[in-house]
Design a protein around this ligand. Sequence first.
Ligand code: HPA
Length: 234
Amino acid sequence: MTSTPHIDPKGVDIAETILLPGDPLRAKFIAETYFDDIRCFNEVRNMLGFTGTYQGRPVSVMGTGMGIPSISLYSYELIHHFGVKNLIRVGTCGAMQENMELYDVVIAQGASTDSNYLQQFDLPGQWAPLSSYRLLEKAKRVADERGQRTHVGNVLSSDVFYGADPDALGRWMKMGILAVEMESAGLFANAAAAGVDALGIFTVSDKIGSDVKTTPEERQTAFTAMIEIALDLA
Ligand code: HPA
């Protein structure tokens, strides 16, 4: 397949391992900061994608947009039309547990969701979207070696950013959900259905129920740690 409705690589390869930030300009920044031999593989809808090498190994990075519908269509095309095998979402999350600090790294072992995306798989019950244990175990090991504070567990992939029910997050919190973001459950479901590996790594950009603001410098440092852990998985 040379192109899909949303990805037109114009002959540029897409690597088997891809980092997936929500923001396409962040994809560009990651490529320009970390990759050698960079080639752009997608400009459709400005959802920029790049392939290069990191420490000699081929790797790609591409924006996904926000929310399960957006990451799901891009990840589907990457998996089914371009042979991508390891999909690593990198992003921010809102921390939901007391022991979590701004800029901590969260590694998603699973992704609960208020989305209906999983309905399509027509399972006779509730299926738990999990990340790849192979990628999870390696990411945790790399983070520990760097002395990075991490939390590993269940995140919430929510369709709702500005919610009408102020108590909804509290109920998820009581079930041990570490943090809220908006994409991983769709990514993990697509990966599982296709038999490939996916992971989500996040930095805590805000704490739910607190209005502490982060500075761009602080965000950049935390972002760097997360990206370097993800790149070590390539
Ligand atoms: N909600 C959803 N996604 C997020 C948040 C949040 O509070 N913070 C960072 N990503």
